[in-house]
Every structure is written in structure tokens, then in C-alpha cells.
Design a protein around this ligand. Structure first.
Ligand SMILES: *Cc1c(COP(=O)(O)O)cnc(C)c1O
Length: 463
């Protein structure tokens, strides 16, 4: 054994204690770390021939990298929809690596039983108790898997199997959606269905939610040809929700697979005040839910749910003489793109066990009230106007005065330069805008006040 490796093994308790003290310091200081930064590029170090051992590696990391990592896991990072990691989720993540289980198949460990228990809990949170699911790396992969099952379903409608015969056998696939996430296009590209298969359906006036009557018209125009409908439960810009119940009802008239992208919007189900936004979610054939966003587990984790696991197995099964064949409860290696896979469920299991439904409901409710608070505070300055109501956890707004691309770009930079908070730019209805998204478990009203002050100060300083 390499001598450094042998030394680290002998000293493992002491070494991990050092790492844990260091980690706790980082967590305690997260609030003071710059929320975002533009790191200056550094020269890459040479690959060590003789290693330095863990203690030295840790000090190298502290010296060269740690100061250049942002506080994006902290309470005032409002870019994209980012989330953080609860203490229990971090513990789960550490133990995932410690046990290093391969969650591909059962038979030699209870790991996949833990994954099944966790998926069942998550299904209960979202009213998807009748769906089956699996962990994947993010909502992009969740959308990919959902659409792969949809593709297999289309084959079934035409009496063929895409998994066996290839996507060419399907011909052109109509994919109908109002305001799909960029990852839908990426998934369609990976699936051989193609980005240009998306037929954009008009949305309601001044909304990102699909106009269900226009969707019905688009389906009618297909004259009975089966299609995929991607419904959106929480759009990124304005967190708008398609009317899932009304869309699902259209299946009585037209043949289509209903995929719902609820990456973060599905969490509305946890808050009694907002649960109506996802009414009808359970009617979906497949559903995407991200966990590294609003469940506040570390990257990377999401779940995909479906009612047709039989079709999923057709698309993803992985057969070899030394592997178990898919059964009524198929191994995860038969359900998702990965074969060998990390036990991603453990972070979610820990945070749900530690804080329960109520603890996670509190995160959602606190984040939504923080978003409302920021929306009101920014409007009250007179420098901003909202581009949509704050429906859930995102404030989408622009400068009240001359919201030109240049001024909004300068605003985003000036906000980041304060080190106090971080928001991301967007364009909504052709208007350059900013988005502030709340999804971190630590955020308090005091953080909102600080972020709001930083944002309005940045606006005040604009030319
Ligand atoms: C974030 C997001 C995705 C993609 O999720 P990743 O975790 O980045 O892969 C898909 N859809 C929606 C609505 C999202 O917000």
C-alpha cells in the first residue's frame, strides 16, 4: 500500500475529525462568505507524483480553492433556483460516501430498499402515492427519463417498440407545451426526437401558463395522432402553473402522454396556501421533481415518477448473464440511464427523517413569504416594478425607469458586487428583468431586508 494511504488509514479518526471541524467552520461562516464572486483564473497546479496525504491535501484546498468558493449555499443567494443543504442532508451525504453502496441492484445490501422507502415518502409529499419512481441526478435527467417513457408509449400506440426498433420508426413526434424549460429541448435532442419537435402552444394573456383551449385545438389538429404534452408546474421566470386538471381532462378526447415538469414548483403541494397550484399533478403519466433545489439536499439529486414503470423497463433494462432480470420491483439499473449509481436517496432520507413533512413545509412557507416580502419592499422603493405577481418563491421584476438591456445588465453586476446577494438576469415578455428566487432553508426576513437594501442601493447607483 502507498505509504500516504497507509498513514491516512491508520489515522482516519483524527483526520476525519479535522475535516469535520473545518466543515463546521465553513457552515458557520457561510453567512459572511461573499454570496457570489468572479474568481480570477489561477495557474493549474501540476499533478503530484508522490502524494501529500489527506492532511496536506486539506491545507492545499484551504489555501488555493476554499477562498474562491462562493456562499451560494447560504441564505442570500437568490440566483436560478438553488437551494442549500440542511445539516441532516449533509450528514446523509457524508455517509453516502462512507458506505459507498452501489444502488444499482439489491441482493447484497438494503441500500435499494432505503431508496424505495425514500421515494415512497417523496411520493406522499406530492400526492403521487400511486406512481413509482427512481432517483436521478437532476430534473434534466428526470425530464429525460419521463420523455423516454413517453417515447416508448408512443411506440406502443403504433404497435412497435422504440427501444428495439429505434426512434426512426416513430416518424415525427409532436411535443406540445406552453413554456417548457430548456432541459426539455436538451432531453428531446438526446432522445433522438429532436428539439424542433416542440410545438409551442400559446399561453394565456400576460401569463406563462398554457392556454388549455389552444392546446385542445393543437391536439385536435393532429387528427388522432398520439402526442406528448409537457405541462409546466412552476416556470423559471414567473413561476406560473399550467392548469394540470384541465390538461389531464383532455385525455378523454385526445391520445397523449402527459409529462409534468415540477422541478421546484411541485413543492407548492407542501404549503396548504399554495397546494391548489398543483391540483391534478397525480393525473400525470410522468413527473419530474428536483431535490437539490427545494428539498435542500446537496447536488445532485432528483426523482422521476411514472405510472408506467413497465414501459420504463423496456427503455432502460440492462441485461447480462450476471445481472438479475427485471421483475415486478425492478432493480434501479433497469430504470434509469446509470447502471452503477450513488445512493442519492440517503440525503433525502436524512433530511426527511430529521425534519419531517412539517420541517420541509416550513422551509417552503418561509421562502414564499420571503419572496412576497422582497416583492413588496422593491416595489415600495419606486425603483422597481413587478412583471408578474409573486405566485410562489420568485420575484420577477425590472427597473421602473428605462429597463434597457444595458441598465439591467449593469444592475445585475452592481448587485453581485455588493457581495450581499446575487440575482440572475432574464428577459420576460421582451423586457430585460431580474429574478430573485428563494429556496434556501436558512433564509429569514432579516436576510430579505439585507438583500432588498443591496438591490435598491445598486439601482440607485445606476446611470
Ligand atoms: C432546474 C429546472 C430543471 C433542470 O433541473 P437540473 O436539476 O438543473 O437538471 C428543469 N425544469 C425546471 C422547471 C427547473 O426549474
Amino acid at each position: 500500500m502507498d505509504s500516504k494511504l497507509a498513514e491516512d488509514l491508520a489515522e482516519v479518526t483524527a483526520l476525519l475529525n479535522v475535516v469535520s471541524v473545518e466543515a463546521a467552520e465553513v457552515l458557520r461562516g457561510l453567512d459572511k462568505r461573499p454570496v457570489a464572486m468572479t474568481p480570477q483564473p489561477q495557474r493549474a497546479a501540476a499533478l503530484p507524483d508522490i502524494g501529500h496525504g489527506l492532511r496536506q491535501a486539506l491545507s492545499e484546498f484551504r489555501r488555493r480553492w476554499e477562498p474562491r468558493f462562493s456562499g451560494s449555499a447560504g441564505p442570500r443567494y437568490l440566483g436560478f433556483v438553488t437551494g442549500g443543504a440542511t445539516p441532516a442532508a449533509i450528514a446523509g451525504d457524508w455517509l453516502t460516501s462512507v458506505f459507498d453502496q452501489n444502488a444499482m441492484s439489491g441482493g447484497d445490501s438494503a441500500a435499494i430498499e432505503l431508496e424505495r422507502e425514500t421515494i415512497d415518502w417523496i411520493g406522499q409529499l406530492f400526492g403521487l402515492a400511486e406512481h413509482k419512481g427512481a432517483f436521478v441526478t437532476g430534473a434534466t435527467m428526470s425530464n429525460f427519463v419521463g420523455l423516454a417513457i413517453a417515447r416508448e408509449w408512443l411506440g406502443e400506440q403504433l404497435g412497435l417498440s422504440v427501444a428495439e426498433d429505434g426512434v426512426g420508426a416513430l416518424g415525427q413526434v409532436p411535443v406540445l407545451s406552453g413554456t417548457p424549460h430548456s432541459s426539455i429541448f436538451k432531453s428531446l435532442s438526446m432522445l433522438g426526437i429532436g428539439r424542433s419537435s416542440v410545438r409551442s402552444v400559446p399561453t394565456l394573456p400576460d401569463r406563462e401558463a398554457v392556454d388549455v383551449d389552444r392546446l385542445a385545438d393543437a391536439l385536435a389538429a393532429l387528427s388522432g395522432r398520439p402526442a406528448i404534452v409537457v405541462a409546466n408546474a412552476g416556470t423559471v421566470n414567473t413561476v406560473d402553473f399550467d392548469d394540470l386538471r384541465a390538461i389531464a381532462a383532455l385525455r378523454q378526447r385526445f391520445p397523449f402522454w402527459l409529462h409534468v415538469d415540477g422541478a421546484f414548483g411541485a413543492f407548492a403541494a407542501l404549503s396548504p396556501e399554495h397546494a391548489h397550484l398543483v391540483d391534478g399533478l397525480a393525473a400525470a403519466d410522468s413527473v419530474s421533481v428536483d431535490l437539490h433545489k427545494w428539498l435542500n439536499v446537496p447536488y445532485d439529486a432528483a426523482v422521476q415518477f411514472t405510472r408506467r414503470q413497465d414501459l420504463q423497463v423496456r427503455a432502460f433494462h440492462n441485461s447480462a448473464a450476471y445481472l438479475t432480470a427485471p421483475t415486478g420491483a425492478p432493480d434501479f439499473g433497469h430504470l434509469v440511464p446509470e447502471n452503477s449509481r450513488r445512493l442519492r436517496a440517503l440525503t433525502a432520507w436524512f433530511t426527511l427523517t430529521a425534519y419531517g413533512r412539517a420541517g420541509h413545509r416550513d422551509i417552503v412557507q418561509r421562502n414564499t413569504s420571503c419572496a412576497a416580502q422582497l416583492g413588496e419592499a422593491l416595489t415600495a422603493t419606486g425603483r422597481f416594478r413587478l412583471l408578474s405577481p409573486v405566485r410562489l418563491n420568485v420575484v420577477c421584476c425590472t427597473l421602473a425607469d428605462r429597463p434597457t438591456p444595458e441598465r439591467v445588465h449593469a444592475l445585475v453586476e452592481a448587485i453581485a458586487d455588493t457581495g450581499e446577494t446575487f440575482v440572475t438576469p432574464t428577459v420576460y415578455n421582451g423586457i430585460p428583468a431580474i429574478r430573485a428566487a428563494f429556496s434556501n432553508w436558512r433564509t429569514t426576513p432579516a436576510d430579505v431586508a439585507r438583500a432588498g437594501a443591496a438591490i435598491s442601493k445598486a439601482a440607485k447607483g445606476l446611470q
